[in-house]
Design a protein around this ligand. Structure first.
Ligand code: PAZ
Length: 343
């Protein structure tokens, strides 16, 4: 008997098929207008916790009314496919950019509202989570007590001090989201909360926000059932309205707004970043490529040539965070923005 098990017939996609798998000829989806805002927010309910969350944010903003506050968004939004959600669409973002950036803003005197994907990386604790080391690997037993392993003492003490300072001075407010709908409702409500700060409010939008979603009226209540015969699941997703222009113009007029643009194809990164800047009329787009995002980014600003910020090979080798270069460059621009705004 032949013990060889023939492999099932497979067919690899040719390059041409892959290139054409998505129709890229679809015209640009226009920025959301007022009517799109009403449509979206009236038809997709706010999360139940939102009011309480915003009360906390109002207290925080009041506490820092004479200082600078940055809203950092971080991590990926999910798109639920069922109301009682078993399945959802997600993306790759771990929240490294946002959590690391928040630390550098805090070190530079900003109060930080950290709007993040629940269970993604957080400022300070990121050093000891989501890695191949579990936090217990940083500990050891000594005389029947748990202590930090001596080889991590120095670094952990430095991280702990920064964390305690942020806590003691009420400088860090952690607000979670999971779904695209929770994210959008919270972003809008927070924008309004930050308005009294005028130009001292800074938006640093590093979250990886879904471009497509299932509107509430089309989400099935229960788990989608597979049918006998293995029929396909065909999804019908709507584009997520592009609210950045509303944020710039209506939700937080006067604030400085920085958004990120992620691409995987280097040949379109600059044009897409420039296009975003022109469409939404904000102050800065930071372009980055999925593959190199931890080593280089590009600043795209109105009336300026692009500025690349790159780690040197030595910096890369010694684990310097690119955010330690990005944040001071942004703060420089925020200083100018505040001066020019006169408030
Ligand atoms: O979370 P992370 O550090 O793994 O990735 C950061 C990032 C690439 C999501 C961020 O730098 C970014 O580009 N955010 C915007 C993505 C977008 O174009 O929607």
């Amino acid at each position: 008997m032949d013990s060889h098990i023939p492999s099932p017939p497979t067919r690899r996609l040719s390059m041409g098929e892959r290139e054409n798998a998505i129709d890229r000829t679809i015209p640009l989806f226009p920025p959301a207008a007022e009517i799109d805002e009403f449509n979206y927010f009236d038809n997709n309910e706010p999360p139940e916790y939102l009011e309480g969350m915003i009360r906390g944010a109002q207290e925080f903003v009041k506490f820092h009314r004479n200082g600078r506050v940055v809203l950092v968004t971080s991590g990926g939004t999910t798109v639920p496919l069922e109301n009682q959600t078993v399945r959802f669409i997600d993306n790759f973002s771990a929240g490294t950019r946002g959590a690391t950036s928040a630390e550098y803003f805090l070190e530079n005197g900003y109060a930080v509202i950290f709007l993040h994907r629940q269970f993604s990386l957080l400022p300070y604790s990121r050093h000891y989570s989501h890695s191949t080391n579990c936090f217990l690997d940083f500990m050891e037993e000594k005389d029947g007590k748990v202590v930090v392993d001596p080889k991590y003492q120095e670094e952990m003490l430095s991280v702990l001090r920064k964390y305690q300072t942020a806590k003691d001075h009420n400088l860090l407010l952690l607000l979670p989201f999971t779904t695209i709908n929770q994210y959008l409702h919270t972003l809008r409500a927070l924008s309004v909360t930050l308005r009294p700060l005028k130009s001292r409010a800074l938006f640093y939008l590093a979250a990886a926000v879904s471009d497509f979603f299932v509107p509430l009226h089309r989400i099935p209540e229960h788990k989608i059932q597979s049918k006998a015969g293995g029929s396909k699941l065909v999804m019908n997703l709507d584009p997520v309205p592009k609210f950045l222009h509303r944020l710039v113009d209506k939700w937080a007029p006067g604030a400085m707004i920085v958004s990120f643009k992620l691409e995987t194809d280097s040949s379109i990164l600059l044009s897409k970043a420039r296009q975003a800047l022109e469409r939404y009329a904000h102050q800065l787009v930071i372009g980055n490529l999925l593959q190199t995002r931890k080593a280089e980014v590009v600043f795209v600003e109105p009336d300026k040539t692009e500025l690349w910020i790159r780690l040197t090979p030595a910096q890369e080798a010694t684990g310097v965070d690119i955010e330690s270069l990005i944040i001071p460059a942004i703060i420089q621009r925020h200083d100018i923005w505040i001066k020019q705004s006169g408030n």
